[in-house]
Design a binder for this molecule. Structure first.
Ligand code: BTN
Length: 332
């Protein structure tokens, strides 16, 4: 694919790959320069850039560069071997820094990017959350990714696609960290009651046809602490697991689980997702919640997910409703 404006120069990707391939060996600067086709000065500049991102590269005077540890950066060349050849992740666009991967993905989708295209960034300067909120996107600590899907489905399928993404993210976190992960409707992942992952689904559609759906997933992975205003409601995988977590591993598992659950949805329909979601979330049945939406805040009890992906609520005043949007907070 052609180079996407501002995305990571494929030659930096090559440089990292070269260092990883020769891990623990000192690779001479001129050799690197020759192999990727740039000047030695450019190699040095890129090495500095990678160091700023936490990649430990030793410079051995008059000899060359040596990787101290395998870097935990989400560049395609470090992911390729693990990903296999599936539609989701076949084309990965990487940024060291961008405003919002969802914004980039929507733009690429409008330009015709293929199904399964993945946009990922080490840092976002304007990460966006649901309900007009911002998403805290600390450099190199989290996973900030947007996946472009072109499902052969109607716009009515969007809520189920959103549930599907939450389910896939839950499985990925659980299998790579061993942590117990809950899903708060529609798709926040919680560990020990605090949020570790949020999903923002955006799309372009006509009345009867989805052009593209962008699943934007933000995950707090290696943050050693969350900033003050978030601390009481959000956490990271590292904080909860009491150890550093490989972003590469979680990311690879995430894309695989998305592929698997997407296929499941296309093959077996909505029920395959809603049933699994109900089994995976303590919010599905009998949870005391406060529902916030345009109508205000109302207490009630959850009563399952319907086939369209809506959350059924039994309000304390006797009314029932199927929520398609909005937010629920557990009442304790
Ligand atoms: C939420 O409010 O819970 C949803 C947060 C979604 C954040 C992710 S980070 C990657 C993608 N790009 C964005 O700007 N937002 C989503």
């Amino acid at each position: 694919m052609h180079m996407v404006t501002g995305s990571t120069d494929r030659r930096i990707d090559k440089l990292l790959h070269l260092l990883v391939k020769n891990a623990m060996v000192v690779v001479p600067g001129p050799k690197i320069a020759a192999e990727i086709g740039v000047t030695r000065q450019q190699v040095w500049t890129w090495i500095e850039k990678l160091r700023l991102l936490g990649v430990e590269i030793r410079g051995v005077p008059a000899e060359g560069y040596q990787l101290a540890t395998i870097p935990d950066i989400l560049v395609p060349s470090l992911l390729r071997a693990e990903l296999g050849d599936h539609p989701i992740g076949r084309n990965i666009v990487h940024y060291f820094r961008t405003e919002s991967t969802n914004a980039v993905a929507l733009r690429l989708a409008a330009e015709g990017a293929e199904h399964g295209t993945v946009v990922v960034a080490e840092e976002q300067t304007a990460g966006r959350g649901r309900l007009g909120r911002a998403w805290y996107s600390e450099k190199s600590s989290g996973i900030y990714v947007s996946i472009i899907l072109r499902p052969p489905l109607s716009p009515a399928a969007a809520p189920v696609l959103t549930l599907m993404a939450g389910l896939a993210a839950q499985k990925a976190v659980n299998s790579t960290t061993g942590l117990t992960v809950d899903i708060r409707w529609p798709n926040d992942l919680l560990v020990n009651g605090k949020k570790v992952c949020g999903i923002l689904t955006e799309m372009s559609a006509e009345l009867d046809r989805l052009h593209a759906v962008v699943l934007g997933i933000g995950m707090n992975v290696n943050h050693s602490l969350m900033p003050a205003p978030l601390e009481s409601i959000a956490t990271s995988l590292r904080i909860e697991a009491h150890r550093g977590i490989s972003r590469v591993q979680v990311f690879v598992a995430l894309l695989r689980e998305l592929e698997r659950h997407y296929q499941l949805l296309l093959k077996n329909g909505n029920r395959a997702i809603t049933e699994r979601w109900e089994a995976a979330s303590t919010f599905a049945h009998g949870k005391r919640v406060r529902v916030s939406n345009a109508a205000g805040e109302t207490p009630g009890t959850t009563a399952g997910i319907d086939l369209s992906g809506a959350l059924k609520i039994q309000y304390d005043d006797g009314r029932q409703e199927s929520l398609v949007a909005g937010e629920v907070v557990e009442l304790k």
